[in-house]
Design a binder for this molecule. Structure first.
Ligand code: ATP
Length: 367
């Protein structure tokens, strides 16, 4: 993957009637990356994709593809193809003819069409399916035909709109792996739209998380999961425990003393805070440690009671209700030799986390 942007959106404004869906929207996508636009329903992700495809035109702003402004260029004149959720295959045409359709329309030489279609089908492992009709294929195979059709004319960018959402959970997981492998093999920039955070985490080189038409964060899956910039990103990308605190003392090396609930403890961050700042300490369920106690231990931590426990195979997930009413979600690797796992609903527990694993942000919004 080179770092040169293949696609760059700047100052994009998009209105539908009197609703402004995007306002001064910016985005840069690097050549060859698998980029995912993730967000809840109605956040504007499809609108961004349709602007890239040319199905919508921006009211203001530039869309540059490889350095050329294409904001007002017709969809068919852009070196960009789209794979829709429905795949939109022609039902009465063979797999071969479906894939060849665009090349036939462009009056490409017959021998050239034959070579390119067979190459594209081989790439999606459907070389033996050229004569079948779409109804004789599984959902996953149909999707692969749609991808072969979309890459056969060698676009610079492939746009995929919730392309896996029609598949059942198992096939969907398989296709996530396949899609990522295919993207690497083709070397084409893939821009994938989804509201499914697991899908985004497992497939993408980078993710844009959107809400209300606004980019909340752009980063690698790890950056988004481990260092969310705000509570929206933290909670949209998985389960999060957001514990309120106040900075009461500044130590050296970005270490602080924070007051949370009824105790003080040291925290370490990658940001600068001042005494008096209100913060949120973000902890993933797997960051929490639970110990079962009879009496309150003489050390900092949270005391609560087990309200829910769910065996999940690899992990034991629980909900701990703290004495102040707050609920924490914990997820620990299941270890049947550890007597601590033999806990019961209602039991009193002490909750802690490994120092340094907390991710701290300024408290600007409530969960
Ligand atoms: P979903 O996951 O449900 O598809 P989305 O994040 O893709 O949602 P968009 O389809 O981009 O969201 O829609 C963003 C906003 O723009 C919504 O409020 C939607 O109602 C509005 N919108 C989208 N297309 C049109 C249109 N053609 N006419 C009017 N409003 C539209």
């Amino acid at each position: 993957m080179s770092n040169k942007p293949i696609l760059s959106l700047s100052g994009i404004v998009k209105r539908f009637g009197n609703q402004t869906v995007l306002n001064d929207f910016q985005l840069e996508i690097a050549n060859g990356e698998f980029f995912t636009i993730l967000g809840p329903s109605g956040c504007g992700k499809t609108t961004v994709l349709r602007l890239m495809a040319g199905f919508e035109l921006p009211d203001e702003g530039r869309i540059e593809l490889d350095g050329t402004d294409i904001a007002q260029v017709a969809p068919e004149a852009r070196p960009v193809n789209t794979v829709f959720q429905s795949y939109a295959l022609f039902p009465h045409m063979s797999v071969f003819d479906n894939v060849a359709f665009g090349l036939n329309m462009a009056k490409v030489d017959k021998a050239e069409i034959d070579t390119r279609v067979r190459d594209a089908l081989a790439m999606v492992r459907l070389a033996d399916y050229a004569d079948r009709q779409p109804h004789q294929l599984s959902g996953g195979q149909r999707q692969r035909v749609a991808i072969a059709r979309a890459v056969v004319n060698r676009p610079k960018v492939l746009l995929l709109d919730e392309s896996l959402s029609a598949l059942d959970a198992k096939l969907r997981q398989q296709m996530q792996v396949e899609l990522k492998m295919l993207q690497r093999q083709l070397g084409i920039t893939f821009i994938y739209v989804t509201h499914d955070q697991e899908e985004a985490l497992s497939m993408s080189d980078r993710i844009l998380v959107m809400d209300g038409g606004v980019a909340q964060q752009v980063g690698t899956p790890r950056e988004i999961y481990e260092c969310p910039q705000n509570v929206f990103v933290a909670s949209f990308i998985g389960e999060i425990n957001a514990i309120d605190g106040v900075i009461t003392e500044q130590l050296e090396d970005l270490r602080y003393i924070a007051k949370m609930a009824d105790h003080h403890r040291e925290i370490r961050t990658d940001k600068v805070f001042s005494v008096g700042d209100h913060i949120k300490i973000l902890l993933r369920p797997e960051d929490l440690r639970i110990e079962y106690i009879e009496d309150a231990p003489d050390k900092p931590g949270f005391i609560g009671h087990v309200r829910e426990r769910n065996y999940k195979g690899k992990t034991l997930d629980s909900i701990i209700e703290l004495n102040n009413g707050m609920r924490l979600h914990a997820s620990e690797f299941f270890d049947e030799d550890d007597p601590d796992f033999d806990y019961r609903l209602g039991q009193k527990v002490w909750v802690d986390w490994v120092h340094g694993w907390e991710h701290v942000i300024k408290s600007e919004s409530q969960l």
